[in-house]
Design a protein around this ligand. Structure first.
Ligand code: CTP
Length: 397
């Protein structure tokens, strides 16, 4: 797996002669596995064609804050949320000054204001402009705000001057971006996560299932991918969008989920059993709809296999993390599950509380190992997922 596999990068191209190098930057980032979208400023357009950038990036070039059609397909807020990193290369003196002032008068500056991801800036300008006090102050201010600067190189410039201000080489820019992600917590690791509820057929129209939405599992999938892991999802019944950077296997019943997990578990480093798996299924699935006046008034059930327990029994088992969905005797029940299933940790959540329950956007959990329990305070499921991944890495990797 390359360092930028599954990473989403926005390349902002602003008005500098070095903009002609931007298609090369796109290529190099793609070679490292990234998906790249380009935002081209009016100044950038003077030096590189939209068509070249569209062709290499294989995505429509974004350039207009006021284009309602573009905003409908992927607006400035969506773009800001989409990106794992934004790099402006080349960054002109004007673009850098706009960032310092928090201006939002074009698409690039607006996306940067709306983004919470890392931002990098690779300045490119005449050596005298680069040496000016205003530029030095501006770059210092950006650095103070956490923006990473890729220093320009020294040499002959397009205007004939010799000095510092040439855009860093595309290979250097790609390397600096890779370095940011190289410390990924789960870089090079494989993670398999079960998500959602299982559905156990009674007859062709009826089934037994549960209220699982898949929100917590999908948040873990996102966090696992952000941490650099090659992530496989075995997905039951859910009501959330699927994380499309993961390998996905869709199943219906507990039996199918068991089979899919067992088929894919062998080369995994970490198994997170987040699915709400039905413990029982009807002994017989009626081939026809059971009629109201049928003599059958009870449904006989048979136990499903316990997927988590079976993975924990494997000879070369991965690190195994289970969930305990409880409504009473929380810590006792969770500790019992930790022992009975022989897993490495259990995430306990109180599913009787609708504010942090199965369908809610928030959660509050306990991370329980044989060494004790640690509370992860109430927060969005995404933040809780990131904290769970951090704890798993700290504890087991
Ligand atoms: N689990 C599983 N296979 C099952 C049942 C549960 O892999 N057939 C996993 C769940 O994904 C979860 C953990 O086991 O990680 C605990 O699930 P939970 O429903 O809380 O507990 P159960 O084992 O089903 O026990 P109980 O219903 O008695 O609470």
């Amino acid at each position: 797996m390359s360092t930028l596999t599954n990473k989403r990068i926005i390349l902002g191209v602003s008005g500098s002669i070095a903009a002609y190098k931007s298609p090369d930057i796109v290529r190099r980032l793609q070679d490292l596995g990234a998906e790249v979208r380009v935002i081209l400023t009016t100044g950038g357009r003077e030096f590189v064609s939209e068509r070249s950038l569209q062709t290499v990036s294989k995505n429509k070039v974004h350039d207009n804050l006021w284009d309602s059609e573009a905003e409908l397909s992927m607006g400035h807020i969506e773009l800001a949320k989409w990106a794992d990193l934004i790099i402006i290369a080349p960054a002109s003196a004007n673009t850098i000054a706009k960032l310092c002032h928090g201006k939002a008068d074009d698409l690039l500056s607006t996306v940067i204001l709306a983004a919470s991801c890392s931002v990098m800036v690779a300045p490119s300008m005449n050596q005298q402009m680069y040496a000016s006090l205003a530029m030095k102050d501006n770059l210092q201010l950006l650095q103070k705000r956490g923006v990473r600067i890729i220093d320009p190189g020294f040499g002959e410039q397009a205007c004939g001057d010799i000095g510092e201000g040439r855009l860093a080489e595309p290979s250097e820019i790609a390397r600096k971006i890779s370095e940011i992600f190289q410390n990924s917590l789960l870089g090079g690791k494989r993670v398999l996560i079960t998500i959602g509820g299982t559905v156990e057929a009674i007859d062709p129209v009826r089934f037994l299932s549960n209220h699982s939405s898949g929100k917590m599992g999908m948040a873990l999938a996102y966090a696992s991918i952000q941490a650099g892991a090659e992530t496989t999802l075995v997905i039951g019944s859910i009501s959330v969008d699927v994380e499309n950077r993961a390998k996905t296997i869709f199943v219906t019943s507990a039996n199918e989920m068991h089979e899919a997990v067992m088929k894919n578990i062998h080369d995994q480093d970490l198994f997170i059993s987040c699915a709400a798996v039905a413990d029982y299924r009807p002994t017989k699935v009626s081939p026809n709809k059971i009629k109201k006046n049928s003599s059958q008034k009870t449904i006989e059930l048979v136990a499903n296999k316990d997927i988590l327990s079976d993975v924990c029994k494997l000879k070369n088992k991965p690190i195994c993390i289970g969930f305990a969905a409880e409504t009473e005797n929380y810590l006792n029940n969770a500790n019992q599950k930790l022992k009975n299933k022989n897993c490495d940790a259990i995430i306990l959540n109180d599913v009787s509380n609708s504010k942090i329950g199965l369908k809610s956007d928030e959660n509050e959990v306990y991370f329980i190992t044989s060494n004790g329990s640690d509370k992860i305070n109430k927060n969005t499921k995404q933040i809780v997922a990131e904290k769970i991944i951090n704890k798993i890495v700290k504890e087991f990797f």
